[in-house]
Design a binder for this molecule. Structure first.
Ligand code: AMP
Length: 369
């Protein structure tokens, strides 16, 4: 049975690696010849809008999924309408909603999921009005194509607003209130063919310059998990969802405030490969194929640290007992996620101490005394 993946990044790669033990085959589509998933699975090289390649994917695959949130919605809809109509999961409507920060915020409001206060901004005048209404500081974001902190500006003063609008103002924007959060968390869950839902323990996330640096899981008190699960289930039910869905939140004074959703496996869920009974990648495949969902039970206390820019000396990293390395096979580049490593410990205290030491070593170029 062959699964099609539109996008062949590291998420597609980890999906394929999770699917091989289940006897699944994969076929990916990506414009980059050296895409990470293309190194472990057959790859159709071409644009995401290439109708002939999309039709080939639909013809050769039982089900088609995606590993990137900016895959053109029109391409997937064309595959659904094609002669050999493709079965696509998660739903294309969820992808479309997640591609536009305004649609996402409206959905959260409709489902009574708290968000920060926000305004859509299409002109300099609307930005001034939004700043007057919501105050400073705030964040100006492009509605579309933002990821890893790109397409964003923090506004502290009115002069910042003028400069940020000059930089970002040729695309539709959104201005939102700055949340002075206590921490950031994400919840990841899967919904299967019979509307059954499984949810992973909450992930605690640390970002730097808009990029996820570290995730610890399980994280936070029971009440946070319950709030997160309640909100996640509302979004899953709304879309009649199939597959893995992620919601990201700010936590302020014990209350979860939704920031964004990702209709796919997520960087903050990479710890589940070694740290949970079933990984997010395997559960995504089980969900989209209509197979029974696997247990999301944590096997210990995990920390996942992203490797950004380049992979540190492999032998030194692997000399540290219990460190699991994932190298995505990408060319080094500043600010690029090229891999991650995970540790799983029996207690939260040991995990936290271990993660702190590991993060410090990585920051120091892994000079091990
Ligand atoms: P995003 O692309 O919206 O996920 O933003 C990336 C990161 O920037 C978030 O995970 C936060 O760390 C920070 N951030 C974004 N929006 C806000 C906000 N309104 N208030 C505080 N921090 C924010």
């Amino acid at each position: 049975m062959t699964i099609g993946i539109v996008g062949a990044g590291q998420l597609g790669r980890m999906l394929a690696l999770a699917g091989y033990p289940l006897g699944l085959d994969f076929l990916c589509l990506d414009p980059a010849r050296d895409a990470p998933a293309g190194q472990v699975a057959p790859l159709l090289t071409g644009a995401f809008t290439d109708r002939a390649l999309l039709a080939e994917l639909a013809r050769r695959c039982e089900v088609v999924t995606f590993d990137w949130e900016n895959v053109p919605v029109a391409s997937l809809r064309a595959m659904q309408r094609g002669a050999r109509s493709a079965r696509i999961a998660p739903p294309v409507a969820a992808l479309a909603c997640g591609q536009d920060r305004v649609s996402e915020k409206r959905l959260f409001a409709q489902l009574a999921i708290p968000t920060t206060r926000w305004r859509a901004v299409d002109s300099r005048g609307e930005l001034d009005a939004a700043v007057a209404a919501l105050g400073l500081p705030g964040v100006l974001k492009t509605r579309r194509f933002g990821y890893d902190g790109k397409g964003q500006a923090l506004l502290r003063t009115r002069a910042d607003a003028a400069r940020a609008f000059e930089r970002l103002g040729n695309a539709p924007l959104l201005y939102e209130e700055w949340v002075s959060f206590d921490c950031e968390v994400s919840v990841i869950g899967a919904r299967g063919a019979r509307a059954e839902v499984v949810v992973y323990p909450l992930c605690g996330n640390v970002h730097g310059a808009g990029i996820l640096r570290m995730t610890c899981a399980p994280y936070g008190p029971r009440g946070w998990q319950q709030q997160a699960e309640r909100y996640l289930r509302r979004v899953l039910a709304h879309f009649g969802y199939r597959g893995i869905l992620t919601l990201e939140f700010f936590v302020r004074a014990g209350k979860l405030i939704a920031n964004e959703m990702a209709p796919r496996v997520h960087n903050s869920g990479h710890w589940t490969i070694e740290g949970a009974a079933t990984s997010q990648f395997e559960n995504h495949l089980r969900a989209i194929l209509g197979l029974p969902l696997g247990s999301t039970r944590a096997l210990g206390h995990s920390a996942m640290i992203n490797l950004i820019g380049r992979i540190p000396p492999r032998a030194r990293l692997l000399a540290l007992e219990g460190v699991h390395l994932h190298d995505y096979g990408k060319q080094p580049r500043p600010g690029r996620k090229v891999g991650h490593c995970t540790v799983v410990e029996p207690t939260a205290a040991r995990r936290d101490a271990r993660a702190r030491r590991l993060a410090a070593k990585l920051a120091a170029g892994l000079r091990i005394p």
